[in-house]
Unconditional design. Structure first.
Length: 635
């Protein structure tokens, strides 16, 4: 069995430096570690196979590399708890990949760093002031008004931040001559930092790191030597130099301390190799991973390996334009901000900020939420490398576009044509239309050209689709409606909640959106020869609807009446009556329906007397309806 030591150690402190730099950029946000890649410039190519193994005992796993070729190195990524070794077996030879007893590649500390039964009691050191008449009474607390250390107990995860602040009761006018000396005792070293007045900090043999003595102190792993179990102390000092008198007045507060802990539930390792960092070009179709586990477990997320014989260079994606601060719910086309020289399909992710929701579909991200201000950024990944955007702010307050809607004229049973002219603001690139709209087109008003359909997306029921896909679905799902000839003038309610969003992926200032909706319908039910019931309805709320019907029989003008049936009663409706064939009798009427969704009307034709002029000796018939008591004579 081969056992070759590799003297190169992994520089795991690099990740802490990256985290610290990102915290300085974002300020109050915690940034997750950034994925990094390696540009291949030789005839070797690196690959990563996902394994997702959880091993609790001795075990052998057959690994079949997804990429064939001569393997020149093998590394694994994951986390471990306990004593574990992992070997790569090829034929009769075993090569050590991982040994938990060695430090190479380990990013955490072995085991679980837990809480003590009780927190460390506050340590108070009484210092006699040089001026006995002046005093400073110190207060030290975990800072409660931030998103860090939400339990305010000084305990955070290994990538977290604990923030502390000081206050003081001063019985004299200290002016701006106060400073605070912070110390971090990690158990292995004690490091100091000073906030406040430069002369005061200089007296303590420190440089001022913050303008104000009472600025919040942020502690995280590696800052001022912080480890996993620390005691952070603070002391407020007043220093007043009198150069002419060669005197200095110094007043100290007591020293107060609070515990600061960072937890690690397991030891993480990344790209670990011991004897497999440089292999003699193994060329098997499969290999065996041999696990030796004692009193613990190991999780292997992935295995990375280098194959000789290929010269493939993959360029990392690039951020080509900064993302501006965003106001209101917003739709952004990320392909305008990221570019991949190789044409790789990019997958996008984002920093998850509390109160902000992001939906990503291909290149389109829809940002919404219910908070006033948050900071976030996007990440573009080509499966090997990543690019990270600038940090930008999101203020979720609705940004409104200037919208002019042309009042449509519609015909019952036919699609209703709508036209909206919209001036898009800086932070608006979406337009609301009636839910279920179809035959959508968008025209750039300034250029007087229709925008290409590929630049238009549609969001409905929280799903984003290409315009062609959306129209295809609408064509297949459009239901058949009962038809009756007529004309309707309608307008959707301004309070309509069910809307479809049109997303425009092209920079334009003003657009004209044309689309169609299903028109109202009317159903007629014959009651008898002189009466019929008419039901006018629509799924869309229309107003001021012009409706009409043809009479079942022609009649005199005063014999035709229309009633609105409401709450069990009849209300007569004003109607316009027409003689379309110019024979002196009414055969067609029109009326206004104030609003819909469903209205029922009843048409009545009352015939009091009908005269005819039969030939002498012929027969004629009188039909009438009447009410009351009286005598009628016929001659």
């Amino acid at each position: 069995m081969k056992r070759r030591k590799d003297n190169e150690r992994e520089n795991y402190g690099k990740d802490y430096i990256i985290i610290a730099l990102l915290i300085l950029i974002v300020g109050f946000l915690l940034i997750r570690p950034v994925i990094t890649g390696q540009v291949v410039v030789t005839e070797e190519k690196s690959y990563v196979d996902s394994l997702n193994l959880l091993i609790n005992d001795n075990y052998e796993f057959e690994w079949v590399p997804e990429q064939e070729g001569k393997v020149s190195s093998v590394r694994i990524n994951g986390r471990v708890n306990g004593v574990t070794k992992v070997y790569l077996r090829e034929g009769e030879d075993d090569y050590l990949i991982f040994d938990s007893s060695q430090e190479e590649g380990l990013l955490g500390v072995t085991g679980f760093v837990g809480l003590n039964e009780t927190l460390v009691e506050q340590i108070t050191e009484t210092v006699v002031n040089e001026s006995v008449d002046k005093s400073i009474k110190l207060k030290l607390n975990y800072y409660a008004e931030s998103e860090f250390d939400v339990h305010n107990d000084g305990v955070e995860a290994s990538e977290g931040v604990v923030d502390l602040n000081v206050g003081a009761e001063v019985n004299f006018d200290a002016g701006d001559k106060l400073c605070t000396r912070w110390s971090v005792d990690s158990g292995e070293s004690v490091d100091y930092v000073c906030y406040g007045n430069d002369e005061c900090c200089g007296f303590l043999d420190l440089e001022s790191s913050s303008l104000n003595w009472n600025d919040t102190y942020y502690s995280y792993l590696g800052k001022e030597g912080a480890g996993y179990d620390n005691v952070v102390s603070a002391q407020v000092v007043y220093v007043d130099y009198n150069i002419s008198e060669l005197e200095a007045e110094i007043v100290y507060s007591e020293v107060l301390s609070l515990p600061v802990k960072f937890l690690s539930p397991y030891t993480e390792f990344e790209d670990v190799c011991v004897e497999t960092c440089l292999l003699p070009g193994l060329n098997a179709s499969s290999y065996v991973l041999v696990f030796e586990v004692e009193n613990g477990s190991i999780e292997v997320d992935s295995i990375s390996y280098t194959v000789k014989g290929e010269r493939i260079v993959n360029s990392a994606p690039e951020l080509v334009k900064d993302i501006s601060d965003i106001v209101g719910n917003y739709t952004i086309n990320l392909s305008k901000y990221f570019f991949d020289e190789d044409g790789d399909v990019l997958e996008y992710s984002y920093y998850k900020a509390e109160g902000i929701s992001v939906e990503i579909n291909k290149d389109i991200a829809v940002i919404s939420g219910d908070v006033r201000s948050r900071s976030m950024f996007f990440i573009a990944n080509d499966s090997e490398f990543v690019a990270v955007s600038n940090v930008f702010k999101v203020n979720v307050e609705e940004a409104e576009a200037e919208v002019i809607t042309v009042k449509p004229k519609v015909v019952i049973g036919r699609p209703v044509k709508w036209v909206k002219r919209v001036k898009l603001g800086k932070d608006v690139d979406k337009i609301d239309v009636t839910k279920g709209a179809f035959n959508i087109s968008v025209k750039d008003v300034a250029a007087n050209v229709e925008i290409d359909k590929s630049k238009i997306k549609v969001k409905e029921d929280n799903r984003i689709k290409d315009l062609d896909e959306y129209e295809s679905e609408k064509k297949g799902n459009r239901k058949e409606r009962n038809l009756i000839t007529g004309a309707v003038i309608g307008l959707t309610s301004s309070e309509e909640q069910n809307v479809t969003e049109i997303i425009i992926e092209e920079t334009v200032e003003e657009v004209e959106v044309e689309y169609y909706t299903e028109g109202p319908t009317a159903e007629e039910f014959e009651i008898d020869e002189h009466r019929k019931r008419i039901v006018v309805s629509s799924d869309i709320h229309y107003e001021d609807i012009l409706s009409y019907t043809e009479l079942p029989i022609e009649a005199k003008e005063n014999a035709v009446k229309l009633y609105w049936l409401v709450n069990g009663s009849k209300q007569e409706v004003n109607i316009d009556k027409f003689d379309t064939n110019s024979n002196g009798l009414i055969d067609y009427i029109e009326w206004i329906v104030p609003s819909l969704s469903n209205q029922t009307y009843e048409l009545e034709i009352t015939i009091l007397n009908v005269q005819s002029y039969p030939t002498v000796g012929g027969e004629w018939e009188v039909r009438f309806e009447t009410t009351g008591v009286g005598n009628k004579s016929y001659y």
